[in-house]
Write a protein that binds this ligand. Structure first.
Ligand code: BEZ
Ligand code: FE
Length: 318
């Protein structure tokens, strides 16, 4: 491996053909859209600088390519290794921040967003308020989660908000990773009525490792990092006229809360599961309210990505 690259980045820039990068950028044709031109120009510049600064050798480049190709071969509708690679480098969290740049930690702001991750599924079962999403699991962590979905600005309840929820079983596996769980276990969609309220039963989640038997795992190991995520529950909230949010809530007492392998924890999304008495179906209670912004209000509180178009992109993705 080359040893002196990053330290001597500036010096390295002068060691190699100083006209090469611009020549590659100049190959872009006149019909490229402004956005394609902007993004590819920047990508080429950063990739070339990265290679020069670190004096990347052919062998190192080939090893990186092999990891990417292996990630492609491993990916299917149950596994997204490319996304995992992005996640361990914090890229999904960064793009999430850029897209939903809201002053999310202030009390009177919409609920903060967090990454989608690779385990969301289309068409989770529609449930009635008060239903459980747990099937066939004995647990002492049965949780009653409830709250209200409001308009962050007016404080009024949001009717017709769909709360799509998913989390892992106590073995740390999502149902599509685990042949022993029923189809669509620990997933559900709940639609609010006029009062904006929701409630359902789930489990207090557990920390779990992201899949580490592929390229992402190899990189974590090479970087001397662990693969664990703190205990969390995922949500997507959509409502007519409101900007959709993709988010997660995190158990304050969970291991790895300070050290998420995919860098998704935000202070405002940390919650307390409270021991619960008086409900034969629950061991813990989790009150949590969600605050949504209309497209118009989201635009005012944002520097990027809160147009109706970007909301539509989220809705299309989800
Ligand atoms: C998840 O929370 O489901 C997840 C996020 C990023 C990578 C792997 C899993
Ligand atoms: Fe998760």
């Amino acid at each position: 491996m080359a040893t002196n690259g990053a330290v001597n980045g500036k010096q390295a820039a002068h060691k190699f053909n100083p006209h090469f990068t611009q020549a590659v950028i100049n190959a872009t044709g006149p019909k490229a859209s402004p956005r394609v031109r902007q993004v590819t120009t920047s990508l080429i510049q950063h990739l070339h600088d990265f290679a020069r600064e670190n004096e990347i050798t052919v062998d190192e480049w080939m090893a990186g390519l092999e990891l990417l190709n292996e990630a492609g071969r491993m990916s299917d509708d149950k596994r997204n290794e490319g996304q995992l690679l992005c996640d361990i480098f914090g890229f999904e969290s960064l793009v999430d921040e850029i897209t939903y740049k809201l002053a999310a930690d202030a009390a009177d702001e919409p609920t903060a967003t967090a990454i989608l991750g690779p385990f969301w599924r289309h068409d989770a079962p529609q449930k009635k308020m008060g239903d459980t999403i747990v099937s066939g699991i004995e647990s002492k962590d049965r949780t009653y989660m409830h709250g209200i979905v409001t308009d962050f600005k007016t404080g009024k309840p949001v009717e017709g908000a769909v709360l799509d929820v998913w989390h892992t079983a106590p073995n740390g596996l999502y149902e599509q990773q685990d042949p022993n769980q029923p189809e669509m276990n620990l997933r559900g969609r709940f639609t609010t009525g006029k009062d904006g309220k929701y409630d359902f039963y789930c489990l207090k989640p557990v920390p779990y490792p992201i899949p580490y038997d592929g390229p992402a795992g190899k990189i974590l190991q090479a970087m001397d990092r662990h693969p664990y995520r703190p205990a969390h529950i995922h949500f997507i909230l959509t409502a007519p006229g409101y900007k959709p949010i993709v988010t997660q809530i995190f158990d304050r007492n969970s291991k790895y809360i300070e050290d998420d392998s995919v860098f998704a924890v935000k202070d405002s999304l940390i919650v307390d599961f409270k021991p619960y008495q008086g409900d034969p179906n629950a061991d813990f209670e989790l009150p949590y309210d969600f605050k949504l912004a209309t497209y118009e209000d989201a635009k005012k509180h944002s520097v990027a990505g809160t147009t109706e178009e970007s909301g539509t992109a989220v809705a299309a993705r989800i």
